[in-house]
Design a protein around this ligand. Sequence first.
Ligand code: ADQ
Length: 731
Amino acid sequence: MRRAARFLFALLMGLAVLGTLGNLVLARTTRAWFEHDLTLRSQLAVASANKSLAESWSDSIKLTEVLDDMTRDERIMGAAACSPSQRRLASTKGFPAEFSCQSVLGQMAAEGSSRSYWSTTVDLPAGPVHVSVTATSDALGTVVLVHDLSFLGRRETTTRNILLIGFLVISLGISAVTLLGARFAWKGWTLALRRALSGESQGEFQPLLRDVRSLVDRLAREREGEARGGAWSAARLKATLSQHLQGERVVILANREPYVHEKDGAGGVKVLHPASGLVTALEPVMRACSGVWVAHGSGSADRQVVDAKDRVKVPPGEESYSVRRVWLSPEEEQGYYYGFSNEGLWPLCHLAHNRPVFRAEDWSHYKAVNQKFADAVCEEVDSDDPIVLVQDYHFALAPSMIRQRLPRATILSFFHIPWPNSERFGICPWREELIAGMLGSSILGFHTQQHCNNFIDSVDAFMESRIDRERNAVVQGGRATLVRAYPISIEWPVRWLADAPSIAECRSSVRKELGLAPDALLGVGIDRLDYTKGIEERLRAVDELLTRHPEFRGKFTFVQLAAPSRTKIVMYQELNERVEKVAAEVNAKWASGDYRPVVLLRAHHEPPTVFRYCRAAELCYVSSLHDGMNLVAKEFVAAHEDELGVLILSQFTGAARDLTEALIVNPYDLHQASDALATALRMPEAEQRERMQSMRRLVSEFNVYRWAGRMLVDAAELRRRERMTGRFSHS
Ligand code: ADQ
């Protein structure tokens, strides 16, 4: 209705402008016509009186009578007879005092007119007049006639009013017709669209409309969910699970276990939280969902604490779900984990310039271990259509293995690392088997759309299958695997921050611990010691900062927490040595007295310590050369409820797509990175606050519960559809 009113208003305005312009043109034209008419009339009047004029030309009284006769027409105000020498011979009473023979004929001469008649229009105080000069036929002189033009004004006003009314009537007519037409057309169009959206009509817009429909559905679902459930939280995830999946038990398959039991060396057992992004993200999800986490039992005391079925209840003291441990022989661990997963797939998927190593025996172990874990999953499920979350590149084959035993399972696989382009992926000798294994999934998730696209391109390049680009799905044997981007995140609020010391306490305790001055400027880096994380480049950027920005020498220290990782692999051992060497070089260059620019803490740290360091630091530099997401960046943001601190983030992390208020850098460009360090250290508090507020808003909203929730809701939707289309026979 508002749209129609706006349209009508615009139409009327348009017509009003048109009307005004038309009126102007018309007024000018009619005036020109009237003036031309008056000139002719004047000539006619003089011509018809020519004889009388000639007879009385020399007698002023008679001449005045003749002129009086000529001015009987009420529109002629007055007339005058002028001699060739511009003298007034006679004139009527009404001849305006403003004119004389001299003035009129003078003006005529000034305009260079040599014709037998001439006319002009003059505005007198009493109104406009038309003045015409006509020569008598026998060249006795000229007659000046002055016509009253005020009637012309009146006539123009009348004409304009009639015209305006006419225009208004026409405008209203046109508007009404247009509105009616538009209404019918809109009605028809919306009806057609509605029919198309509801799937009634077939046509070339169907694919596009299907996309629109699913987007609308999804947005509506999300909006409805947001409205009903508020922000994503553990409670909301739990509620979503029971609402959409009738509280079905979730089984997670991941190589790394969420709790590692280690011998403490004094006959006791300690529990560790592994330094792993996957665990950081999934553990809170499992707390919310309950169920079973199937993982490799890697801790030295893991066997001591499990029951007869290799299960242990966790989290310690707040038991809400089970960990099912699978044991691997050293050969299996070597071949499957260190070999194919971390010397083959890890460098294959990360652009960090390390060659993947593919060994046939590693591949055999990889297949066998995937089968072993798939079997363990099948033992843990409590129905024949369970929901299984398969995690990461260690288990590319498990989805199809699980599906073979449980054809009706809903299998959600998530790759925590990037997927390379098809050309790069093509160097893997077992590329077809890997893809076929992954296509056992119902939904296959990556952090970014780019990784999804790369995967679909790889399928396109190497597999016999149908790619349904409308749904972003791969169809094989009538079964579809949806390929979707689900950017991962951290829990919010972070459990470890609930009773963390204040930021001021963290600042002073960390500085004391590191032997730094209380007002020292502190930067932090927190990673597994992995060549994809760009730790060498990071320490070199610190060196560059001190070289190019001398004011920070003696004041700025960078502390690197580096958890040893995959230490059995030569590449990692070499990295370890290189990082130590770079740290020593930078320190040798810039250390003085108690001051050290780099503190390298090569150890695993429990989450409370990780967060204490995050809170103590002015800046955090994440310099990954390639990273699926990177959760440390989000943890640093979460740690700063004071809204201060600056995040410097590599453009090659998935996180850089979300956290755009970080200082985004190319970690290979040491000048740029060192300038970013300087910018961060000089950044005014107001700017820090602005950036941090915005990043905190994003991380709090797009937290890991949302990540899991969206995947599970998509899974529920898939199950509903499959039940409707008969793939599942029970209701
Ligand atoms: P990771 O490569 O492990 O994860 P990241 O996302 O940064 O990388 O997560 C590391 C986790 O380990 C963080 O929670 C961090 O606090 C912790 N951590 C790091 N160093 C530590 C240390 N020295 N001591 C103790 N804890 C430490 C993979 C992908 C990422 C992706 C995640 C989640 O490589 O790109 O973000 O999975 O999908």
